[in-house]
Unconditional design. Sequence first.
Length: 132
Amino acid sequence: MKQAERIHHLISLLKTQPFESHEALLEALEQRGVENTQATLSRDLNRLGVKKAHGVYQLPGTHAAIRIVPAGPNLLVIKTLPGRASAIAAEIDALDLDGLVGTVAGDDTVLIAIRDLKAQNQIQKALLEKFT
């Protein structure tokens, strides 16, 4: 596979879900049919300017203050900086997304209840676009 195709898949993955390790990225790339090595992945991440922030790899220019993590078929969890969860929950509620049941905010965590898995995927995508 050409470098450009490999990079395209890598960017697509980094935009759609959080990755905490090279191993997880390599596995996700492999699921897309992209064969890669640890060394090549490291070089690709460096070329793209990808940095690790809040425990996950971030593309340059993305908002590193939040991390969205699926927590089952009807839940998403947002990890954010201390003191920001209530404001983020209010923003999510104001979006009035189809399938959103509600949010519960702590200090640095927002729990998002969702009607079903299909809605979860759509809501996660909308939140990634909004907050990253």
